[in-house]
Design a protein around this ligand. Structure first.
Ligand SMILES: Nc1ncnc2c1ncn2[C@@H]1O[C@H](COP(=O)(O)OP(=O)(O)OP(=O)(O)O)[C@@H](O)[C@H]1O
Ligand SMILES: [Mg+2]
Length: 489
């Protein structure tokens, strides 16, 4: 608008007037023109400035608006960040609490597993060890740091568990059990029950092996079975002994009487012979020639041997034939060995390790000596006639809090499990006919258990010798009662 006014004005000034003279008009006109141009320029400048100011104002307003928006955004972000931070802190706190709880639970579980008397071994499905409790360390002597991550068969080779059993158990999902596993450690036979529990979790597939020492249970069971067997056999033996005893007495008395009736030292015999015109000397010579004397002697020997067997069998009756007195076990052992040395010209090296502080035992010294002789004779018989310097029989006397412990060990051939199971049974023998009655150990068993309230057990493996362990309570719990009347004499 302003611009059009200026232009119109300028044009009107520049248009030549009709009535003026030319010289003065031109000077005045040029002045106007200049003024107008200046004004024009000034106006233009003012307009430009005005526009820039307007632009600046707009820019400032936009900037301010952006700044505000930015500030609002930053504020929002800061708040969100703050909230997130807060949540994060809470989350961390919860995590720490859970971790602590987890660690506590883990330690608690560890201490439960470690305080269990059973051996607990965790394994992967391939048999690598993941857990190893304190009982496992105690049993194997291998600590958990050395056992973990190793293969079970490398760490515990005597355990009858292989990778197949573990994987089969896991696959079947049913626990696997094996009872009365035999293991020899610290020189003693031990029995264990083994159970493998399959462990199927989301992250890991494996198994837990539990091993319980059931040696005491097996011993008690064996003892009970043995006792039952012995009691019934004992009754039978005692009954048989009484039955056999009478005809046997007749046989022995008969032989004794035959000897007496042919003896030339008795007048009645000489007179009777003369009545029949017989010379007693000739009769004896005839008997010798026809070996009648030898037959008689055989009958007497066999009769006496049978009488010994009957006496032994009668020991199965629960009453003791011996009086109960305190006696010194080491004295009994030494005396027994002297007797054996006198009985046998050749014996393997007999080693004695005797604890002389073992207190006196209440019972029958003669019976315990009989037990010792049975055990040492058996040991010598097991080693055999053709022994050498490497063979030995070791007799040990020791004690624990409750018992005096007598052990008879030998370097003989040992015996199979099948034989060991029966050795305390009456008449069980592996010796040739006429060599053994099979009563030695059963009588010993009764003497020790019934008459002295103790225990007797065997530990043996083929090719590894044999050890008998007799435990006699220091405070005797003997249930001995008076002996039966003597039968044969
Ligand atoms: N130390 C030993 N080593 C190997 N086997 C043994 C040992 N002691 C006993 N036995 C086995 O136990 C069996 C029974 O022994 P037990 O003493 O009861 O009878 P026996 O020795 O055969 O006969 P007896 O004692 O009447 O001479 C023996 O026949 C033998 O097989
Ligand atoms: Mg014997």
């Amino acid at each position: 608008m302003l611009f059009s006014v200026l232009i119109t004005t300028t044009l009107s000034v520049l248009a030549p007037p009709v009535y003026a003279d030319s010289a003065s008009v031109s000077e005045r006109d040029w002045l106007w023109v200049a003024i107008i141009i200046l004004l024009l320029l000034q106006s233009l400048l003012i307009i430009g400035m005005q526009r820039s100011r307007l632009k600046l104002k707009h820019a400032r307003q936009a900037l301010f608006k952006s700044q505000k928006e930015l500030e609002a955004k930053v504020h929002d972000r800061t708040e969100t960040l703050h909230n997130t931070n807060e949540q994060l802190y809470q989350e961390i706190g919860r995590h720490e609490a859970t971790e602590l709880l987890l660690r506590e639970t883990q330690e608690y579980l560890h201490s439960i597993i470690n305080s269990m008397p059973s051996v607990i071994i965790g394994v992967t499905h391939r048999g690598f060890i993941t857990h190893w409790n304190a009982a496992a360390t105690e049993k194997t002597g291998i600590n958990s740091a050395d056992a973990l991550s190793k293969h079970l068969k490398d760490v515990y080779p005597s355990l009858p568990v292989d990778g197949d059993i573990i994987s089969d158990t896991i696959e079947a999902g049913i626990p696997y059990t094996s009872q009365n596993i035999q293991e020899t450690y610290a020189g003693e036979m031990h029995y264990s029950d083994l159970t493998i529990y399959p462990l199927i979790a989301v992250q890991a597939i494996g198994a837990v092996i539990r091993i319980d020492d059931v040696t005491m249970r097996v011993r008690v069971e064996n003892m009970m079975i043995q006792n039952e067997k012995m009691l019934s056999l004992g009754e039978l033996a005692a009954g048989m002994a009484h039955e056999i005893n009478n005809p046997l007495s007749t046989i022995l008395h008969g032989v004794q009487n035959i000897y007496r009736r042919i003896s030339p030292s008795l007048t009645a015999n000489i007179e009777a012979a003369q009545n029949h015109s017989i010379s007693l000397d000739n009769l004896l010579a005839y008997m010798d020639e026809r070996k009648i004397s030898q037959f008689l002697e055989d009958i007497r020997e066999a009769g006496e041997r049978s009488a010994d067997i009957v006496t032994n069998m009668l020991d199965f009756s629960r009453s003791s034939g011996q009086s109960q007195r305190p006696f010194d076990l080491s004295h009994v052992i030494r005396h027994g060995v002297e007797l054996l040395a006198a009985e046998r010209t050749q014996l393997p090296d007999i080693r004695m390790v005797l604890d002389h502080t073992v207190p006196q035992i209440m019972g029958s010294a003669a019976e315990i000596q009989q037990v010792l002789l049975n055990l040492v004779r058996n040991a010598a018989q097991a080693i055999g006639e053709e022994f050498d310097q490497t063979d030995w029989i070791k007799i040990t006397l020791s004690q624990n809090d409750l018992d005096a412990i007598l052990e008879v060990e030998d370097s003989g051939p040992g015996m199979a499990e099948e034989v060991a199971r029966h050795i305390f049974e009456p008449f069980f023998t592996t010796k040739d006919i006429g060599q053994g009655t099979g009563l030695g150990l059963s009588v010993s068993y009764f003497i020790v258990t019934e008459h002295h309230g103790g225990s007797i057990e065997v530990s043996s493996n083929p090719g590894e010798g044999t050890r008998f362990t007799v435990r006699l309570p220091k405070q005797s719990s003997s249930t001995a009662s008076p002996s039966p009347p003597p039968l044969l004499h």
